[in-house]
Design a protein around this ligand. Structure first.
Ligand SMILES: Nc1ncnc2c1ncn2[C@@H]1O[C@H](COP(=O)(O)OP(=O)(O)OP(=O)(O)O)[C@@H](O)[C@H]1O
Length: 674
């Protein structure tokens, strides 16, 4: 039966209704007529991102600017908007017209929607288009580990023929299919529809320490993407398998991606025919299958294991007028859902809360199906994200409950390498600024490299701005820390390690040495949009601003930079770690007043960490000394030891944490140094 004879469902009004036959055929003709158009738009958007480099700045046409965003952007990109009689409108230079003396400021932009139109060329455009035309993507200069030549195979490890056979392997294993039905509630038909299979793969999950040398039997979840190169029927969306995600059947920590380098594609994308208006986006494959099985709405999941919606995926979702974001109903899941809704356009996104207010309800679609819930009902109770405005407690209640019931997630990501740090700072939270200082050459970069890697392995997408040491040297240091040993003594493991390392959401700014802050801010903004960056490390303020501030005082320049970083941290909800050198004084121990700059530097910071180098009778020791902690005020120091094999620090055992009063002027009790 052709898909056009399937009943049309209308769930926008919260109910499933069969469409009458006459209307149905009209709808069919209409959708057939628009399909060719939809397909060519999809092809154009898809190819634009696929063929471009990592600098691409694709912005969804559904994206809605936040309050004040349009004006701020116009000022930042020196567009000098002119006022009009209407307070909501500004006259601007048209980004499409060729400008001549007589033709200036020919366009009008709406400050709320960002929609612009030009009275000379008659071009009308949305805010996303305007931003793309004005901000030059080449200037972003961001690279990932693949661009650093640390491996990066982007072709399959198996032949196309073998990959196509994975599905049959599963179909022949009735015990496993039985298990899927009993354990996950997923039927054979659903497994077949999503082309799920089985095959042996070795682990390349960077966050697990499990051996990656032996192959394990895994479920294979293919990612599919449109294929435009064949001259087939134009009313049909051809797709092809672009990447396989393999998850061990026995151990869910074991995950492999084939090819390891990112390739555009989504799980179950082939199930969304060209006339599909709606799609469900879930956290993982079993959630997507559960949602599709019960609601019959095409469903897909995030491409990797973390809350990241890469830029390359956005064009694939442009054709849907409604996107249900069905992520885990906890703090991390709902924060990610809100972020993705902004990126995809809040007016077409519905946020699904699986618990539907029930405190002990299921957390995701897979748990919901396993516990016999009505998934259609859960979907019907989804809500749109509110536009920026004042909200009452009723609207905040669910979020407050999620924070109370998930205190660990609310405290932030904990360091696995330095448990003592968690006892003091409690975790690494978005929206904060950490100032990190210490005497020259004592290991600031080394420690931040280790800590950022620690958080990144747990899914925190990270952007490094290394203005002092070249990216290749920093990445080499990080890879050694990732391996936990000196790779120069035995290079045989390099390829395997690089394959796992490049799965990390780790990005590097290509800027080096003195760089204008507005250029850095643009790149940061872009990385937050494109790679869902949650942690930015800037090493260091002095190198980034060297030779700048000729016309203003250097300290004033630093103050302005701190204000601008504060804005990014708060508005974009990212953690910014900034290395600031101390003033040149020869005091043995440093304190907050030793940090270079005015008091504003430490005032703007939520956390201040000082790497102390202390001479004792028994030799020199190093401490990580937390001097400011806005989260709960705990101040203490931990003693650390450096291992030159792994280039990592560890806390000396047993942890010697000494609580100190915030107002104490005593720096350290010498007994700490035993
Ligand atoms: N805790 C430590 N103890 C001893 N040596 C260390 C320690 N941490 C790092 N090192 C080594 O010291 C050297 C300098 O380290 P690193 O570049 O991290 O210091 P830094 O404080 O960032 O330097 P700078 O002040 O120049 O920015 C490196 O060779 C590194 O391997």
């Amino acid at each position: 039966m052709s898909r056009y004879f399937l009943p049309f469902y209308n769930i926008t009004r919260g109910s499933f209704k069969k469409t009458p036959n006459s209307l149905l055929s009209r709808n069919i003709m209409k959708s057939l007529a628009t399909e060719v158009q939809t397909k060519s738009n999809l092809s154009r958007d898809f190819n634009r991102v696929k063929d471009s480099t990592i600098n691409s700045n694709f912005i969804s046409k559904y994206y809605i600017p936040k309050q004040g965003e349009v004006l701020e952007f116009l000022h930042r990109y020196l567009q000098f908007p002119k006022s009009t009689s209407d307070n909501e409108l500004r006259r601007i230079k048209c980004p499409n017209c060729r400008q001549t003396k007589n033709k200036f400021y020919t366009a009008i932009i709406d400050l709320k929607s960002g929609i612009y139109n030009c009275k000379v060329c008659m071009k009308k455009g949305c805010w996303g288009e305007y931003m793309q035309l004005i901000s030059k993507s080449e200037s972003y200069n961001i690279i990932n580990t693949t661009s650093l030549n640390m491996g990066g195979r982007s072709t399959f490890s198996r032949s196309q023929h073998e990959i196509e056979g994975f599905q049959n392997e599963l179909l022949n294993d009735s015990d496993l299919i039985d298990k899927c039905t009993k354990k996950y509630g997923i039927s054979l038909e659903t497994l077949e529809a999503f082309k799920v299979g089985i095959a042996r793969y070795h682990n390349n999950n960077p966050s697990s320490n499990v051996s990656y040398k032996t192959d394990e039997m895994c479920f294979t979840f293919p990612r599919t993407a449109p294929s435009f190169d064949e001259l087939k029927r134009n009313d049909f969306l051809n797709t092809k398998i672009t990447r396989i995600k393999a998850c061990s059947i026995e151990n869910n920590e074991l995950v492999a991606f084939d090819p390891p380098s990112f390739v555009t594609g989504l799980f179950g994308y082939h199930l969304a025919s060209l006339d599909s208006e709606d799609i469900i986006l879930t956290g993982n494959e079993f959630d997507a299958m559960a949602a599709y099985q019960e609601t019959k709405i095409p469903a897909t999941c995030l491409p990797s294991n973390i809350y990241q919606l890469p830029l390359e995926i956005l064009p694939l979702l442009e054709r849907f007028s409604k996107i249900y974001l069905w992520l885990d109903d906890d703090v991390e899941g709902q924060v990610a859902a809100e972020k993705f809704a902004q990126k995809l356009g809040i007016d077409r996104c519905m946020i699904v809360s699986t618990r539907c207010g029930k405190l002990d309800g299921p957390i995701n679609a897979n748990q919901a199906i396993a516990t016999g819930q009505d998934l259609k009902e859960i979907l019907n109770r989804s809500k749109p994200l509110q536009h920026d405005q004042i909200i009452d407690f009723e609207n905040l209640k669910d979020a407050v409950y999620r924070e109370i019931s998930n205190p660990n997630q609310a405290r932030g990501i904990e360091s696995k390498d330095l448990p003592g740090l968690n006892k003091i700072l409690k975790g690494h939270r978005p929206g904060e600024i950490t100032i990190f200082t210490g005497p020259t050459g004592t290991g600031k970069t080394t420690i931040l490299s280790q800590l950022s890697l620690d958080y990144c392995k747990q899914g925190v997408s990270t952007l490094w701005g290394s203005f002092e040491i070249p990216n290749v040297r920093l990445a080499k240091k990080m890879l050694q820390q990732f391996a936990g040993k000196d790779l120069s003594k035995d290079t045989t493991e390099f390829n395997n390690l690089a394959e796992r390392f490049q799965q990390l959401p780790m990005y590097f700014l290509k800027f080096y040495g003195s760089t204008d802050m507005s250029t850095v801010t643009d790149a940061m903004d872009h990385a937050i949009h494109a790679f869902d960056v949650q942690h930015v490390v800037i090493d260091n303020l002095q190198f980034m601003t060297a030779d700048q501030g000729r016309y203003i005082d250097r300290w004033e320049l630093h103050d302005r930079i701190l204000s601008s970083l504060r804005r990014v941290a708060t508005e974009r909800n990212v953690h910014i770690t900034l290395v600031v050198h101390p003033r040149k004084d020869d005091k043995n121990m440093l304190d907050v007043n030793s940090i270079f700059g005015t008091a504003k530097v430490t005032q703007e910071a939520d956390n201040v960490i000082i790497l102390q180098k202390v001479e004792t009778d028994t030799g020199e020791i190093r401490l990580l000394d937390i001097k400011k902690n806005r989260f709960d005020g705990t101040l203490a120091a931990i003693q650390i030891e450096f291992d030159s094999e792994s280039l990592k620090i560890k806390q000396t055992l047993p942890p010697k944490i000494r609580q100190r009063s915030t107002h104490s002027t005593t720096i350290h009790d010498p007994k700490l140094l035993d």
